[in-house]
Design a protein around this ligand. Structure first.
Ligand code: UDP
Length: 332
C-alpha cells in the first residue's frame, strides 16, 4: 500500500476507470469524483471510493481531499466530443476549462502536491511535422483542443506560483480495453474508429464509414497513433511517481507509440481478428481531420520507466472486441 490517496476525476469514464485500476493495482488508495453524466458507477472498481459530484463543486471536492488525505489528483473529467465542441463551445469552456480552474483552485487551497492532467494531441491542431513533438506549435482547430490547451496554460502558471507540480499527458488515439475485462469503452454514441469497428463486428451497426480516401498517406486514408488504454493508464502511474520524486519538475509529454496505422489497416486488423469482413463504405472527409497524427514519444520514454506493453494493433482490437461483447451481454 502506498502512502496517501489519489483523487481521480472522471474515474467512472473510459480512460479514468482504467487509471483507477492501474493505481489500485500499484497499491494506491483511490477516491473517484465523477458526476456520472457520461460515466457509470459500475465502471468504478469497488476498491475505490466513489463521490458523485461535479468537479467544480468546491465544497464537495475540498471535503473529499481533506477526508481522504489526497496527495495527488489525476484529472480525466471533461467533455470529449470534438464536433460537439464546435457546435457548443461554451459547454467545453465550462466543463473543461472553467471546471478545471475550480478543481486546480481546490487542489492549491487544500495543499495537494501533484496534478496529472489528461490533455490531447488536439492541442496541436493540424501538425506541420509528423511525428509531432511537444514543442511543435499549439494551434487547436476546435474548442475541444483549445479548452484543454487553456488548462495546460493554467497549470503552468499555477505550478510556478504554488507548491504543486504537474504532468500533462497529450493523448493520441486511445483504444482497447482492460485485458482482464474489468473495464472498457462503454459510452453510447461512439465516434472513435476502433470502437465503431468493434460495434460493427458485434452486429451493433451494419457498416463502417471510411472518412476520406484522398489523404496524403500511403493508402489515402487517415493515419493515427493508436495507444492501448491500459498502457496509457500505466503511464499516469509512472508520471505520478516522477512528480513525487522530483517536486520541482513539471512534464508535458505525448502519450503515443510513435507509429501510425491507416483506417484501412485498422479495419483489416479487425477482419483478421474476427474472421469476418466488415462492410466498408468509402465516404468523404470529416471536417478538420489531419492526414496523419503520430506522436514523437521520445520525451515520455526519456522521463518515465514506462514502456508500452500492448503495442500491437491486433491485441488492441481483440481487447476492444472482448469488451464490446461483454457490454452487449450487460445490455441484453
Ligand atoms: N474514422 C473513420 N470512420 C469512422 C471513425 C473514424 O474513417 O467511423 C477515421 C477518422 O477520419 C480518422 C481516424 O479514423 O482518420 C481516427 O478517427 P477517430 O474519430 O477515432 O479519432 P480522431 O483521430 O479523430 O481523434
Amino acid at each position: 500500500m502506498r502512502e496517501g490517496t489519489v483523487l481521480v476525476t472522471g474515474g467512472a469514464g473510459y480512460i479514468g476507470s482504467h487509471a483507477v485500476l492501474a493505481l489500485l493495482d500499484a497499491g494506491w488508495q483511490v477516491v473517484v469524483v465523477d458526476n456520472l453524466v457520461t460515466g457509470f458507477d459500475w465502471a468504478v472498481d469497488p476498491r475505490a471510493k466513489l463521490v458523485v459530484a461535479n468537479i467544480a463543486d468546491d465544497d464537495k471536492v475540498r471535503a473529499a481531499i481533506r477526508e481522504h488525505g489526497v496527495i495527488a489528483i489525476m484529472h480525466f473529467a471533461g467533455s470529449v466530443v470534438v464536433p460537439e465542441s464546435v457546435s457548443d463551445p461554451l459547454k467545453y469552456y465550462r466543463n473543461n476549462t472553467a471546471a478545471s480552474r475550480s478543481l486546480i483552485e481546490s487542489a492549491v487551497a487544500e495543499g495537494v502536491k501533484h496534478f496529472i492532467f489528461s490533455s490531447t494531441a488536439a492541442t496541436y491542431g493540424i501538425p506541420e511535422v509528423v511525428p509531432v513533438r511537444e514543442d511543435s506549435p499549439k494551434q487547436p482547430i476546435n474548442p475541444y483542443g483549445m479548452s484543454k490547451l487553456m488548462t495546460e496554460i493554467m497549470l503552468k502558471d499555477v505550478a510556478a506560483a504554488h507548491p504543486i507540480n504537474y504532468a500533462a499527458l497529450r493523448y493520441f488515439n486511445v483504444a482497447g480495453a482492460d485485458p482482464q475485462g474489468r473495464s472498457g469503452q462503454s459510452t453510447a454514441g461512439a465516434t472513435h474508429l476502433i470502437k465503431i469497428a468493434a460495434e460493427a463486428a458485434t452486429g451493433k451497426r451494419g457498416h463502417v464509414s471510411v472518412f476520406g480516401t484522398d489523404f496524403d498517406t500511403p493508402d489515402g486514408t487517415g493515419v493515427r497513433d493508436y495507444i492501448h488504454v491500459s498502457d496509457l493508464a500505466a503511464a499516469h502511474v509512472d508520471a505520478l511517481d516522477l512528480l513525487i520524486a522530483r517536486p520541482s519538475e513539471n512534464h508535458t509529454m505525448n502519450a503515443g507509440y510513435g507509429r501510425g496505422f491507416s483506417v484501412l489497416q485498422v479495419l483489416d486488423a479487425v477482419d483478421r481478428v474476427t474472421n469476418l469482413t466488415i462492410e466498408r463504405k468509402l465516404e468523404g472527409r470529416r471536417a478538420g481531420d489531419p492526414d496523419a497524427l503520430v506522436a514523437d514519444n521520445s520525451a515520455i520514454l526519456a522521463a518515465l520507466p514506462w514502456r508500452p506493453k500492448h503495442d500491437d494493433l491486433e491485441g488492441i482490437v481483440k481487447d476492444a472486441l472482448a469488451w464490446e461483447r461483454k457490454l452487449a451481454e450487460r445490455q441484453g
